[in-house]
Design a protein around this ligand. Structure first.
Ligand SMILES: [Zn+2]
Length: 361
């Protein structure tokens, strides 16, 4: 092949280089652009074509070295032929390249452009859950009374969930407080009293704190029960704390939540972690005691449990019950939410039905 090529005259070799180029270039001249990706690919192919036909190793570049084989009186004409051929190739390539670049530029602008006349999409703001709203409200009341807000883990050891709260193994209270266990023997806390133990271990006494949070019980869901619910527990330990402080604190809290006329009453009860223990009720905020659907015509609403912290609980966190005493109380936040919003079914609070939740904005 090389021999036969060499047999061509220099002029013919220039002509051959031009023809070879035109053959390959033809499809670029006829090419119809369909999309941006195709155009980018063509731009690349065109750049390769330019290197192949105008680069240092191209056939056309080789013809420049044939000047010695041209008769002296034709050398000027040969030089012009090579230059003109090269210029023609460059022009064809430049034109094709420019139209590709224009096309790519237009496509990119079209893709990236934004229609500023379209109306904006308004972000949909969420709002707090009714339980959160009530929790914040009661936190405000207790903070105003000088209480700290404590939070802690929801998965507990048996010690914190039961033993430290004066509920030894085989104690009947473990039955109604039965919770969920992991395979490693950890328990989902069945009351936020666990936080009181952690707080006293960490901060010592005197202490005044409330612990709002999620708790768990092995209950079958029904209109008044849920296996997961929210509770708040309060604890006050100091020298000389009596039942009078407990009654005063709970009564003041309920007055601030439900109005200055709210009356509180205590009924003797039993809890393993308090002695003596009492349940507390308050006068119905709806009917003011005359009887209605919310208070089941009794005029009273049962809310929670309370009592003086059992000496065993103080001892276990290293507090001397001869020197210190304290009270504790607790009630369900979601139960209170259900009462305040007159919900017949507590489960509505956990079904995440936006139509329901939006009513509490
Ligand atoms: Zn009532």
């Amino acid at each position: 092949m090389t021999d036969s090529q060499n047999e061509l005259s220099p002029e013919h070799q220039v002509e051959a280089a031009r023809k070879a180029f035109e053959q390959e270039f033809e499809r670029f001249a006829r090419f119809t652009l369909v999309d941006l990706e195709a155009a980018v690919a063509e731009e690349r192919a065109l750049a390769e074509l330019r290197t192949r036909h105008l680069g240092k190793k191209s056939a056309l570049a080789a013809t420049k070295k044939l000047i010695g084989r041209v008769a002296p009186d034709q050398r000027a004409a040969f030089g012009q032929l090579v230059q003109a051929t090269e210029a023609a190739l460059v022009q064809s390539l430049d034109q094709a390249e420019q139209s590709l670049k224009d096309y790519i530029q237009n496509e990119r602008t079209a893709r990236e452009s934004i229609d500023v006349t379209l109306p904006g999409r308004r972000p949909r703001f969420g709002h707090r859950h009714p339980i959160t709203l009530l929790r914040e409200q009661l936190e405000d009341v207790f903070v105003a009374l000088g209480y700290a807000i404590e939070d802690d883990r929801e998965i507990e050891t048996d010690f914190y969930n039961f033993s430290a709260l004066n509920i030894p193994e085989n104690h009947p209270a473990r039955g109604w407080q039965d919770t969920f266990y992991t395979t490693d023997g950890f328990a989902l806390r069945s009351q936020t009293s666990t936080v009181q133990i952690h707080a006293m271990q960490r901060r010592g006494v005197p202490v005044r704190m409330i612990a709002p949070g999620r708790v768990f019980r092995r209950d079958t869901p029904d209109p008044t029960h849920n296996p997961m619910f929210f509770q708040v527990e309060g604890l006050c330990v100091d020298r000389g704390i009596t039942m009078a402080h407990l009654k005063g604190t709970v009564a003041e809290f309920l007055r601030r939540m439900f109005g200055p006329d709210t009356v509180t009453r205590f009924r003797p009860s039993y809890f393993p972690f308090t002695e003596p223990s009492a349940e507390f009720d308050f006068s119905c905020f709806k009917c003011k005691g005359s009887g209605c659907r919310i208070c089941k015509n009794s005029g009273w609403i049962e809310l929670g449990g309370s009592g003086m912290v059992h000496p065993n609980v103080l001892r276990i966190v290293g507090v001397d019950p001869q020197q210190y005493s304290g009270f504790a109380f607790g009630f369900g936040i979601d139960r209170m939410t259900a009462l305040m919003y007159e919900l017949d079914d507590i489960r509505l609070l956990f079904e995440n039905d936006v139509r329901f939740l939006e009513k509490f904005e």
